[in-house]
Ligand binder design. Structure first.
Ligand code: UT7
Length: 327
């Protein structure tokens, strides 16, 4: 029997503050009708001023550990995926490790923007199946709202905050992660960016005045590449793993835009009952969207033992990725 990585615990945390489309109507030139029609989003969560990304991750992690029946000291590795970490140095994973008291764990961050969770899952799977880790916490947390220009209606209606966590452990048998696939096209790096605060555009008055410390997105161009790429990705993934779409129990897509999700489901011929959608409540929480969705899907009884679940994501980089899990 092959050794596989199995998700043995899940948890999520969404900040309390809700910002709905009607409140946004009062902030920028937009409407509930436009946002609902073009994105599917109705409301999103915004972190409190006293919360940092590691705080969101901490709450999601404690819930995931509780559901796995583990203590923080049981962990041997912590991977945090984020594009909105607490600070450039140290890693948010190290800060989280300290807050958790996970004293036996190595800790590092991974940034693949909205594809971060699936990149993290692939790295975690490699650590587990090569026996370098046996109790791994993978957490994806984002406070995108700190990097949003509230005068830019093309981004401020979309991006939002949240965190999701999973615990991974090894298991011999047919259940667990079947495959992960990672892709990138750096030629299109400038479609979604947060240019400021790094070595290219450090924190200087001129760069702040040029609004380089905000997320910038060429939305429509990104949308068109996302639809084409994801349609190919999901069909290729199922084909390579020898699965028919009808054998899938659930598709959990990155929650970016309902029109992208509909197009992907349509390409697979999947009815929407087999697609998990929660972006109407949370907007686009970047790398956190898939683990939040997994946690909610499990709690809603949408995933059962033996189910085939397909995960897919697309984001800045450009990056895109899929994972097939037999639950
Ligand atoms: O998370 C990972 C990667 N990100 C994505 O996958 C996001 C991909 N992109 C999208 O989801 C969509 O492109 C958006 C939701 C961002 C935009 O939707 P769109 O249908 O592509 O709109 P558009 O950018 O082509 O703009 C159409 C019109 C424009 O007006 P004109 O030039 O036709 O007069 C925009 O100025 O809609 C206008 N517009 C808005 N109107 C009201 C753009 N944003 C808004 C807004 N409210 N919030």
């Amino acid at each position: 029997m092959p050794l596989r990585s199995k998700i043995t615990g899940t948890g999520s945390y969404l900040p309390e503050k809700i910002l709905d489309n009607f409140q946004l109507e009062k902030m920028v030139d937009t409407s509930d009708e436009w946002i609902t029609e073009r994105t599917g989003i109705k409301e999103r969560r915004i972190a409190g001023t006293d919360e940092a990304t590691s705080d969101l991750c901490l709450k999601a992690s404690k819930r995931a550990l509780r559901s796995a029946g583990l203590k923080p000291s049981d962990l041997d590795m912590i991977i945090v995926t984020t594009m909105s970490g607490d600070m450039p140095m140290p890693s948010t994973a190290s800060i989280l490790q300290g807050k958790l008291g996970a004293k036996n764990a190595a800790a590092f961050d991974l940034n693949a923007a909205c594809s971060g969770f699936l990149y993290g899952l692939s790295v975690a799977d490699s650590f587990i199946t090569s026996r370098k880790s046996s109790r791994l916490l993978l957490v994806s947390g984002e406070i995108n709202s700190r990097f949003i220009n509230w005068e830019d209606r093309s981004t401020c209606v979309i991006f939002a905050d949240g965190a999701g966590a999973v615990v991974l452990e090894p298991e011999s048998g047919k259940r667990g992660i079947i495959s992960t696939r990672l892709y990138s096209n750096g030629e299109l790096w400038d479609l979604i960016t947060l240019p400021g605060g790094g070595s290219k555009h450090p924190i200087r008055e001129a760069n702040i005045n040029s609004k380089l410390h905000f997320i910038h997105m060429k939305g429509n161009e990104t949308f068109r590449v996302a639809v084409k790429t994801l349609e190919r990705l999901v069909t290729d993934t199922l084909h390579a793993d020898g699965l028919k779409p009808s054998q899938l129990s659930l598709l959990i897509p990155h929650q970016a835009n309902i029109r992208i999700i509909n197009a992907t489901a349509e390409r697979l011929g999947l009815p929407m009952e087999k697609v998990f959608v929660n972006l109407q409540k949370y907007g686009n929480t970047s790398s956190a969207s898939i683990p939040i969705a997994i946690d909610e899907a499990l709690k809603a009884g949408r995933i059962n033992e033996g189910d085939y679940v397909l995960l897919e994501a697309f984001g800045s980089g450009l990056t895109w990725a899929s994972a097939l899990i037999k639950w």
